[in-house]
Design a protein around this ligand. Structure first.
Ligand code: HPA
Length: 270
Protein backbone atom coordinates (compact mmCIF):
# COMPACT_ATOMS: atom_id res chain seq x y z
CA UNK A 1 0.00 0.00 0.00
CA UNK A 2 1.12 3.52 -0.77
CA UNK A 3 2.48 5.57 2.12
CA UNK A 4 0.30 8.47 3.29
CA UNK A 5 3.11 10.92 2.53
CA UNK A 6 3.13 9.84 -1.11
CA UNK A 7 -0.66 10.23 -1.32
CA UNK A 8 -0.45 13.76 0.10
CA UNK A 9 2.22 14.70 -2.44
CA UNK A 10 0.24 13.30 -5.36
CA UNK A 11 -2.94 15.13 -4.31
CA UNK A 12 -1.01 18.38 -3.83
CA UNK A 13 0.82 18.17 -7.13
CA UNK A 14 -2.44 17.46 -8.98
CA UNK A 15 -3.82 20.73 -7.59
CA UNK A 16 -0.64 22.69 -8.26
CA UNK A 17 -0.39 21.40 -11.82
CA UNK A 18 -3.95 22.49 -12.54
CA UNK A 19 -3.93 25.83 -10.75
CA UNK A 20 -1.48 28.72 -10.67
CA UNK A 21 -2.88 30.31 -7.49
CA UNK A 22 -0.78 29.86 -4.35
CA UNK A 23 -2.96 31.08 -1.44
CA UNK A 24 -1.60 31.06 2.11
CA UNK A 25 -5.01 31.10 3.83
CA UNK A 26 -7.60 28.32 3.86
CA UNK A 27 -11.15 28.16 5.15
CA UNK A 28 -13.17 25.07 6.04
CA UNK A 29 -16.85 25.83 5.60
CA UNK A 30 -19.19 23.99 7.97
CA UNK A 31 -22.78 22.86 7.41
CA UNK A 32 -24.78 25.26 5.29
CA UNK A 33 -21.95 27.81 5.02
CA UNK A 34 -20.92 26.93 1.49
CA UNK A 35 -22.19 30.25 0.16
CA UNK A 36 -18.83 31.89 0.88
CA UNK A 37 -17.21 29.53 -1.61
CA UNK A 38 -19.95 30.31 -4.15
CA UNK A 39 -19.34 34.04 -3.76
CA UNK A 40 -15.70 33.80 -4.90
CA UNK A 41 -15.00 34.95 -8.43
CA UNK A 42 -12.18 33.82 -10.75
CA UNK A 43 -11.93 30.61 -8.74
CA UNK A 44 -10.64 27.19 -9.71
CA UNK A 45 -12.89 24.33 -8.53
CA UNK A 46 -11.51 20.93 -7.61
CA UNK A 47 -14.18 18.34 -6.88
CA UNK A 48 -12.95 15.88 -4.31
CA UNK A 49 -13.59 12.93 -6.58
CA UNK A 50 -11.09 14.36 -9.08
CA UNK A 51 -8.23 14.84 -6.61
CA UNK A 52 -6.06 11.73 -6.25
CA UNK A 53 -6.60 9.83 -2.96
CA UNK A 54 -9.31 12.20 -1.70
CA UNK A 55 -12.23 10.69 0.22
CA UNK A 56 -15.67 11.65 -1.10
CA UNK A 57 -18.11 13.74 0.95
CA UNK A 58 -21.66 12.44 1.40
CA UNK A 59 -23.55 14.44 4.03
CA UNK A 60 -26.44 16.75 3.12
CA UNK A 61 -25.37 20.40 2.95
CA UNK A 62 -21.79 19.59 1.93
CA UNK A 63 -20.85 20.09 -1.71
CA UNK A 64 -17.44 18.48 -1.70
CA UNK A 65 -14.82 20.61 -3.42
CA UNK A 66 -11.83 22.89 -3.01
CA UNK A 67 -12.51 26.38 -4.36
CA UNK A 68 -9.19 28.16 -4.91
CA UNK A 69 -8.50 31.81 -5.67
CA UNK A 70 -5.36 33.92 -5.54
CA UNK A 71 -5.82 34.59 -1.82
CA UNK A 72 -7.83 31.74 -0.36
CA UNK A 73 -8.40 28.01 -0.53
CA UNK A 74 -11.94 27.15 0.47
CA UNK A 75 -12.94 23.69 1.56
CA UNK A 76 -16.62 23.35 0.70
CA UNK A 77 -17.67 20.20 2.48
CA UNK A 78 -15.59 18.25 4.98
CA UNK A 79 -15.22 14.64 6.09
CA UNK A 80 -16.72 13.62 9.40
CA UNK A 81 -15.72 10.67 11.54
CA UNK A 82 -19.45 9.84 11.98
CA UNK A 83 -19.76 9.24 8.25
CA UNK A 84 -17.48 6.25 8.67
CA UNK A 85 -14.21 7.80 7.46
CA UNK A 86 -11.11 6.94 9.43
CA UNK A 87 -9.12 9.77 11.01
CA UNK A 88 -6.55 9.67 8.21
CA UNK A 89 -9.29 10.47 5.68
CA UNK A 90 -10.95 13.09 7.89
CA UNK A 91 -7.68 15.01 8.12
CA UNK A 92 -6.17 14.24 4.71
CA UNK A 93 -7.18 17.62 3.19
CA UNK A 94 -5.31 19.52 5.94
CA UNK A 95 -2.05 17.83 5.06
CA UNK A 96 -2.66 18.52 1.39
CA UNK A 97 -3.19 22.19 2.32
CA UNK A 98 0.15 22.20 4.13
CA UNK A 99 1.85 20.63 1.14
CA UNK A 100 0.56 23.38 -1.16
CA UNK A 101 1.68 26.17 1.14
CA UNK A 102 -1.23 27.04 3.44
CA UNK A 103 -0.06 28.84 6.59
CA UNK A 104 -3.32 29.93 8.22
CA UNK A 105 -6.60 28.07 8.53
CA UNK A 106 -10.05 29.33 9.47
CA UNK A 107 -12.22 26.43 10.62
CA UNK A 108 -15.96 26.94 10.88
CA UNK A 109 -18.67 24.65 12.17
CA UNK A 110 -22.22 24.38 13.43
CA UNK A 111 -22.46 23.73 17.15
CA UNK A 112 -24.93 23.33 19.97
CA UNK A 113 -24.88 26.05 22.62
CA UNK A 114 -23.97 24.76 26.09
CA UNK A 115 -23.30 28.13 27.71
CA UNK A 116 -26.69 29.41 28.88
CA UNK A 117 -25.71 32.99 28.05
CA UNK A 118 -25.55 32.04 24.37
CA UNK A 119 -28.38 32.39 21.91
CA UNK A 120 -29.24 30.52 18.79
CA UNK A 121 -27.51 32.28 15.87
CA UNK A 122 -24.51 33.51 17.92
CA UNK A 123 -21.02 33.22 16.45
CA UNK A 124 -18.35 31.97 18.89
CA UNK A 125 -14.59 32.27 18.53
CA UNK A 126 -13.12 28.98 19.70
CA UNK A 127 -10.45 29.67 22.31
CA UNK A 128 -9.68 26.00 23.01
CA UNK A 129 -11.18 22.54 22.64
CA UNK A 130 -11.83 19.34 24.56
CA UNK A 131 -11.63 16.10 22.61
CA UNK A 132 -14.34 13.81 24.04
CA UNK A 133 -13.78 11.23 21.35
CA UNK A 134 -10.69 9.85 23.01
CA UNK A 135 -9.28 9.26 19.52
CA UNK A 136 -6.36 11.29 18.22
CA UNK A 137 -5.76 11.59 14.47
CA UNK A 138 -1.98 11.45 15.05
CA UNK A 139 -2.13 7.89 16.40
CA UNK A 140 0.07 5.66 14.25
CA UNK A 141 3.44 6.24 12.64
CA UNK A 142 4.47 9.89 12.87
CA UNK A 143 5.06 11.73 9.60
CA UNK A 144 8.33 13.34 10.65
CA UNK A 145 8.48 15.66 7.66
CA UNK A 146 5.19 17.22 8.82
CA UNK A 147 5.78 17.56 12.54
CA UNK A 148 6.85 16.20 15.90
CA UNK A 149 5.74 12.94 17.50
CA UNK A 150 4.44 14.87 20.52
CA UNK A 151 3.21 18.24 19.25
CA UNK A 152 2.44 21.09 21.63
CA UNK A 153 -1.24 22.02 21.80
CA UNK A 154 -1.01 24.90 24.27
CA UNK A 155 -2.08 27.41 21.63
CA UNK A 156 -4.19 25.22 19.36
CA UNK A 157 -6.18 28.31 18.37
CA UNK A 158 -3.85 31.18 17.50
CA UNK A 159 -4.04 34.10 19.93
CA UNK A 160 -2.93 36.47 17.16
CA UNK A 161 -5.67 35.28 14.84
CA UNK A 162 -8.26 35.57 17.63
CA UNK A 163 -7.11 39.14 18.33
CA UNK A 164 -7.41 40.09 14.65
CA UNK A 165 -10.83 38.43 14.48
CA UNK A 166 -12.05 40.51 17.42
CA UNK A 167 -10.83 43.72 15.76
CA UNK A 168 -12.41 42.77 12.45
CA UNK A 169 -15.72 41.95 14.16
CA UNK A 170 -15.70 45.33 15.88
CA UNK A 171 -15.01 47.10 12.61
CA UNK A 172 -17.94 45.43 10.87
CA UNK A 173 -20.17 45.87 13.93
CA UNK A 174 -20.63 42.20 14.63
CA UNK A 175 -20.81 40.77 18.12
CA UNK A 176 -18.83 37.60 18.83
CA UNK A 177 -18.91 35.19 21.76
CA UNK A 178 -15.84 33.25 22.89
CA UNK A 179 -15.60 29.78 24.33
CA UNK A 180 -14.49 26.18 24.50
CA UNK A 181 -15.64 23.68 21.89
CA UNK A 182 -16.19 20.09 22.97
CA UNK A 183 -15.95 17.42 20.30
CA UNK A 184 -18.35 14.45 20.31
CA UNK A 185 -18.38 11.88 17.51
CA UNK A 186 -22.09 12.14 16.69
CA UNK A 187 -24.10 11.43 14.63
CA UNK A 188 -26.64 11.28 17.45
CA UNK A 189 -26.93 14.59 19.25
CA UNK A 190 -25.78 14.58 22.87
CA UNK A 191 -28.10 13.62 25.69
CA UNK A 192 -29.08 16.29 28.25
CA UNK A 193 -26.82 14.53 30.80
CA UNK A 194 -23.88 14.71 28.39
CA UNK A 195 -24.55 18.40 27.87
CA UNK A 196 -24.62 19.01 31.63
CA UNK A 197 -21.35 17.08 31.94
CA UNK A 198 -19.87 19.13 29.09
CA UNK A 199 -20.79 22.35 30.93
CA UNK A 200 -19.24 21.11 34.20
CA UNK A 201 -16.06 20.24 32.28
CA UNK A 202 -15.85 23.75 30.87
CA UNK A 203 -17.48 23.54 27.44
CA UNK A 204 -19.44 26.41 25.92
CA UNK A 205 -20.45 24.58 22.75
CA UNK A 206 -20.61 21.00 21.47
CA UNK A 207 -20.12 19.72 17.96
CA UNK A 208 -19.17 16.84 15.70
CA UNK A 209 -16.20 18.16 13.70
CA UNK A 210 -13.16 20.45 13.72
CA UNK A 211 -10.99 18.90 16.45
CA UNK A 212 -9.24 16.28 14.25
CA UNK A 213 -8.46 18.91 11.61
CA UNK A 214 -7.17 21.33 14.25
CA UNK A 215 -4.86 18.71 15.77
CA UNK A 216 -3.40 17.90 12.34
CA UNK A 217 -3.04 21.60 11.48
CA UNK A 218 -1.15 22.19 14.72
CA UNK A 219 1.06 19.18 14.08
CA UNK A 220 2.26 20.62 10.78
CA UNK A 221 2.52 24.24 11.93
CA UNK A 222 -0.60 25.75 10.35
CA UNK A 223 -2.08 28.48 12.55
CA UNK A 224 -5.79 28.07 13.30
CA UNK A 225 -8.78 30.27 13.93
CA UNK A 226 -12.02 28.46 14.84
CA UNK A 227 -15.53 29.89 14.63
CA UNK A 228 -18.68 28.07 15.72
CA UNK A 229 -22.14 29.08 14.65
CA UNK A 230 -24.50 28.25 17.52
CA UNK A 231 -27.26 26.72 15.42
CA UNK A 232 -29.31 25.46 18.35
CA UNK A 233 -29.12 25.26 22.10
CA UNK A 234 -27.69 21.85 23.03
CA UNK A 235 -29.96 19.07 24.28
CA UNK A 236 -31.76 19.83 27.54
CA UNK A 237 -30.80 23.52 27.60
CA UNK A 238 -34.26 24.30 26.29
CA UNK A 239 -37.25 21.94 26.29
CA UNK A 240 -37.24 21.23 22.59
CA UNK A 241 -36.13 18.29 20.46
CA UNK A 242 -33.04 18.80 18.26
CA UNK A 243 -32.98 18.33 14.51
CA UNK A 244 -30.66 18.80 11.56
CA UNK A 245 -33.40 20.94 10.00
CA UNK A 246 -33.05 23.47 12.83
CA UNK A 247 -29.26 23.46 12.29
CA UNK A 248 -29.71 24.23 8.58
CA UNK A 249 -32.38 26.89 9.23
CA UNK A 250 -30.13 28.77 11.64
CA UNK A 251 -27.10 28.66 9.32
CA UNK A 252 -29.34 29.99 6.55
CA UNK A 253 -30.49 32.82 8.82
CA UNK A 254 -26.98 33.91 9.90
CA UNK A 255 -25.06 33.15 6.74
CA UNK A 256 -24.88 36.79 5.59
CA UNK A 257 -23.07 37.91 8.74
CA UNK A 258 -20.96 34.75 8.86
CA UNK A 259 -19.85 35.17 5.24
CA UNK A 260 -19.06 38.84 5.81
CA UNK A 261 -16.90 37.94 8.81
CA UNK A 262 -15.01 35.20 6.97
CA UNK A 263 -14.53 37.39 3.91
CA UNK A 264 -13.11 40.27 5.96
CA UNK A 265 -10.89 37.89 7.94
CA UNK A 266 -9.43 36.37 4.79
CA UNK A 267 -8.60 39.87 3.53
CA UNK A 268 -6.80 40.58 6.82
CA UNK A 269 -4.88 37.30 6.98
CA UNK A 270 -3.93 37.05 3.30
N1 HPA B 1 -24.55 18.94 19.05
C1 HPA B 1 -23.55 18.50 18.27
N2 HPA B 1 -23.30 18.98 17.07
C2 HPA B 1 -24.07 19.97 16.62
C3 HPA B 1 -25.13 20.48 17.38
C4 HPA B 1 -25.39 19.94 18.67
O1 HPA B 1 -26.31 20.34 19.41
N3 HPA B 1 -25.71 21.46 16.63
C5 HPA B 1 -25.01 21.53 15.48
N4 HPA B 1 -24.01 20.63 15.47
Amino acid sequence: MMEIEQKIKEAASYIQQNCTYRPKVAVILGSGLGSYGDSLTDAKHFHYQDIPHFPISTVEGHAGKFVITEHVLCMQGRFHYYEGYDMESVTFPIRVMKQIGIEKLIVTNAAGGVNKAFECGDLMLITDHINMLGKNPLIGKNIDSFGLRFPDMSEAYSKDMIETAKQVAKKINLSLKEGIYMYFSGPSFETPAEVRAARILGADAVGMSTVPEVIIANHCGIKVLGISCVTNMAAGVVEQPLSHIEVMETTERVKTKFVELVKTLVEQYA
